[in-house]
Design a binder for this molecule. Sequence first.
Ligand code: ZN
Ligand code: ZN
Length: 412
Amino acid sequence: MKNVKAILLIADGLGDRPIKELGGKTPLEAAKKPNLDRLATEGECGLMDPIAPGVRAGSDTSHLAILGYDPYKYYTGRGPFEAAGIGMHVRKGDIAFRCNFSTVDENMVIIDRRAGRITSGTDQLAAAVRGMKIDGIEVLFKESVAHRGALILRAADLGAGITDTDPHHEGAKILKSEAIDPNDPASARTAAAVNEFVRRSYELLKHHPVNRERIAQGLNPANIILPRGGGIGPNIESFESEHGLKAACVAETGLINGVARYVGMDITEVPGATGGLDSNLINMAKAIIEQLSDHDFVLCNVKGADLGGHDNNPQAKIDMVGKLDEMVGYLLANIDEHTYLALTADHSTPCAIMDHSGDPVPIVFYGEGVRTDRCNRFDERSVTAGGLGRIQGVDVVKILTQLMNVQQKFGA
Ligand code: ZN
Ligand code: ZN
């Protein structure tokens, strides 16, 4: 049997709306992109609603959907994906949180939610709080970049229906976590553990040598850890057991790596993949080709276009399309005829909105046997001439696996 493989390339936030300064074109329409247009010409195109028509998708919920997992069933909050994204193993039933190292005064009033955007020493601070037990609950904590980290509370019968301790602005006192539903003892137990974790983090960190040093330098000490966005680890089947495809992920952000790790994909570090506009996309393309040698499926997320949208910077988006085009050129030159390539976005991030919108995004499937259509340009409006019509995120892997001819038949 031939060795069929697939690449699913997701340009984060690529979709946009017509922009006056671009003569009414979207950045994708305004950009030069011969390789993307070649994909459109030789492939099958259409529009995709990442979650459903009009739903404003987050990157995490959208990636879940595009990988075939209904986010309304599997997305329980950002915490589990953040924790997975920094390499923590989130198990079913764990309550996971994203956390900030913050600065409080002795009255528990927030002085700085990001502890002076601390850049070093958080590994030592994390070590100081790691391994504690609270009321029989196992506490796992890991630092991430800058002032960020993630917390896992592990025990049977914990609930995630709790309020945050982080008041989200400076000058306010930290809040007491409580169960949202007073008749939910599992969540009440979690809330009590969170309050105790926050209290103990202050006790353990306030005189820590890292913080003594920061104070001596006139910097805000990272003297407390505030968890938020708690969610329960869902019961989720791995991508490999769902589709029979050994999968890897090439991505730049912890959030996407978190989603990928969650569904059992192997994670790759790529030198020069910064997650910014300066990211080295050719290195990412090389990593994809490398991963294809021992995986059947590679998911790749390129972040840059989303930043251009959030910053209302159409030119940055146009520049990212140019880099993406070079990347696709590299991929086309280095894949064989048994490799499929799907290119799409996880949502639109229109410059005018400076955030994610519910507009659908263009998608193209390229590879042996696809039904080539009348579309010959890869952009938001040209793809409406394509053969796919308008599909949803959860359709994407189904369409890919049937093209690859690796899908089980439904029925006789
Ligand atoms: Zn995104
Ligand atoms: Zn975004």
